[in-house]
Design a protein around this ligand. Structure first.
Ligand code: AKG
Ligand code: FE2
Length: 194
């Protein structure tokens, strides 16, 4: 398998200002789960979460088709990609997102810090001797959060990490204050999406 796990990029402050104003115009919906699980067909891990989300619209879709992001996604997936989803995510001090892998269609996820303190994304690739069941067991032991992760910094608004989100389990711990992120998903280009 490709050993490039992720790439970090920086978006312009103009783009961040537009995205923040778009987020302010949207209604966020609280989403919460206590479930742990594995979808056998997909080897997809799910863990509990608690956060608020809103589907992105104009500016997000415009940014999603920006060359920098599309080319980065393509490099990581090693094939042509198409944009599939835009979601703003709002965390506060009680929110978190337990260890999980993303659904098919979000093979590549670009996570962009829009507002809040300097932050990180935690990636937890499967170790060679480990199964998804082993990792789910660890997630349960940690109530959805595991230690020993690869910590990728998001030092300031505009910082983004792009990674293979259906392959690499990832998580977010409760932040110390409000945090606004944007997730842009890309999937492989298929005959029907071309
Ligand atoms: O907030 C994060 O760092 C992760 C968000 C995420 O995993 C997702 O959008 O699928
Ligand atoms: Fe995710």
């Amino acid at each position: 398998m490709d050993c490039t796990q992720h790439e970090t990029i920086q978006l312009s402050s103009e783009a961040i200002a537009l995205l923040r104003s778009e987020a302010e115009s949207l209604q966020f919906v609280h989403a919460q789960s206590e479930n742990f699980g594995i979808k056998p067909a997909e080897a997809r891990i799910t863990s509990p979460f608690n956060m608020a989300t809103a589907r992105g619209t104009n500016y997000c879709v415009e940014l999603a088709n920006d060359t920098l992001l599309v080319e980065t996604a393509q490099r990581l997936l090693e094939r042509p990609v198409v944009f599939s989803a835009c979601n703003y995510i709002l965390y506060d001090s009680g929110s978190f997102l337990g260890l999980h892998t993303d659904r098919p269609g979000c093979e590549i996820n670009a996570l962009i810090l829009l507002a809040g303190e300097s932050s990180v994304v935690e990636l937890r690739p499967l170790k060679p001797e480990e199964s998804v069941h082993d990792l789910l067991r660890l997630s349960r032991l940690g109530r959805g959060l595991v230690d020993d992760t690869d910590v990728v910094p998001l030092p300031e608004p505009g910082a983004a990490v792009v990674f293979h989100a259906t392959e690499i389990p990832h998580q977010r711990r409760p932040p110390s204050g409000p945090l606004l992120l944007l997730s842009i998903c890309y999937g492989p280009e298929t005959a029907s999406s071309r």
